[in-house]
Structures are given as C-alpha cells and as structure tokens.
Design a binder for this molecule. Structure first.
Ligand SMILES: [Cu+2]
Length: 249
C-alpha cells in the first residue's frame, strides 16, 4: 500500500500512523481476500474501487460459488464476487465506505451483501451506464442467513423505482433472447464467458459476464469469437444459460 493510501485509510479509521503496532493491525484489518472469475470485468472494477479507498486486495481467480458456500453466505444473496475482510464476508458490489463502517462498528454478523449487480454500485458505474443509478440496499447478513438493510442507496431518476433482480421462472417460454459474442469456453467447468447486450429479465446491463450451463453439450457447437443469441436466468446465486445458439447471419 502506498503512503498516501495509508494516510487515507488511517484517517478513515481514526488510527494514528505513528505507531508501528497500529500499522500492522491496520494492514491485517484491511486486507481483502476476493474470489472471482478471471473473466469478470465488473469484479475487477470493484477491486480498483477498494484499492482507491485504502484496502489491500488479494485476488483468487477461481470463481466464487465455492467460496460463498464455504463462508456461509446464502446463495439467494449472491453476486459475482465473494470476499473476506476482518473476519467478515462481503458479497457483491459493496461500497468501500460501508466496509469501513462495518470494520469500525464491528456488529455481530456474517457480513455484508449487495445481491445481484445493481447499476450505479461501485464497479457497475462505468461510462457505458451513462450515469444510471438504480436503488439498492447494502444488507447486513446475520450468521443465521437473515438480513436487514445496513445502508440504503436510493438511486436517481427513472430507474430509482427498480430494485434488485427480477426473477423469471425458467420454464417461461417468454424469456427474452439476448445477442452476445463468445469470449471464453470452459467445458470442464461448464462455463461460458459472454460479451452480451442487456438481459431484461435479469435487469443486467450490457457487459462481459460468466454463465453456467447445465449440460456441457450446450457448448459443443460454439467457438470463441462467435456471435450467438441466448436466454439466461439466475438460480442458486449463479447465472445460467438456458438456451444458446448461433446468431442468424
Ligand atoms: Cu459484478
């Protein structure tokens, strides 16, 4: 960590930088371990946000569903990355200010979560979203899996009325088709990374995201760089491709 970031982090936590002991304690308290998929772009932007706000980050590029399960964060509160800091679990695009507050107040809890990927949260606030800010809550998650609002972000404008992820049952034949380009295929892990357009049923803006497939054969006819169209749902804390096929030429 750079000295400037030290001073910033120390100021936020109200700790003097004069004593070496405190430096060590601070470094331990503010190292964030992050589990994510290597192809997750918004995860990387969230890590940048943490580093810009005084955290030291160690990244594990192995996906986050196993880490989420091991750490006890409920799948229904899941997002694209899972982290630990200071004995707490942090799921999704939680603002650094809320993590600083968590570490200062130290409530009895499992940690914090921002379920899904709300536009306007840190890492989901790039120029492609044109300043759109959706309403969302940072949830304080208890060890029994229950949760309550820790911090409310009201959002701005038209989109402020929308919140969270709209679930659509997988059986619905009305699932929208979404155009995409294949970025990476991992048949062994049953995963595909897609640069895709807006997915209305998931309230997910255009982005690069990793999806699971139920049957690896769904990936057989696909190649990296290919234009495709697909339908997706969210289930058990992950995003799943329901159908995928080559886009009509
Ligand atoms: Cu994300």
């Amino acid at each position: 960590m750079q000295r400037r970031q030290w001073l910033h982090a120390a100021a936020l936590l109200g700790i003097t930088t004069a004593a070496g002991f405190h430096r060590t304690a601070l470094a331990q308290a503010t190292t964030v371990q992050v589990w994510k998929d290597p192809n997750c772009g918004c995860c990387h932007l969230w890590i940048d946000h943490l580093q810009a706000n005084g955290f030291k980050v160690e990244v594990h590029d192995v996906g986050n569903t196993a880490a989420r399960k091991r750490l006890g964060m409920p799948d229904k509160l899941g997002s694209c990355h899972t982290a630990t800091v200071g004995g707490y679990v942090v799921e999704g695009h939680v603002p650094a200010a809320d993590i600083h507050r968590l570490l200062k107040e130290r409530p009895t809890a499992l940690g914090l979560s921002v379920p899904g990927m709300p536009v306007g949260s840190p890492g989901m606030d790039g120029p492609e979203y044109k300043g759109r800010k959706d309403a969302y809550d940072v949830l304080l998650v208890k060890k029994d899996g229950s949760s309550q609002s820790f911090q409310r972000y009201p959002g701005q404008g038209r989109m402020a009325q929308r919140s969270g992820i709209q679930r659509v049952s997988e059986g619905a034949s009305a699932l929208p088709w979404v155009n995409a380009e294949v970025r990476r295929i991992d048949k062994a892990a049953r995963k595909i990374a897609l640069q895709h357009g807006e997915i209305p049923n998931l309230d997910m803006p255009p982005m690069s995201m990793v999806f699971q497939v139920k049957q690896p054969e769904q990936l057989d006819a696909l190649q990296v760089g290919q234009k495709v169209r697909f339908q997706a749902v969210q289930d058990k804390g992950a995003y799943w491709v329901v159908q995928i096929e080559a886009a009509a030429l």
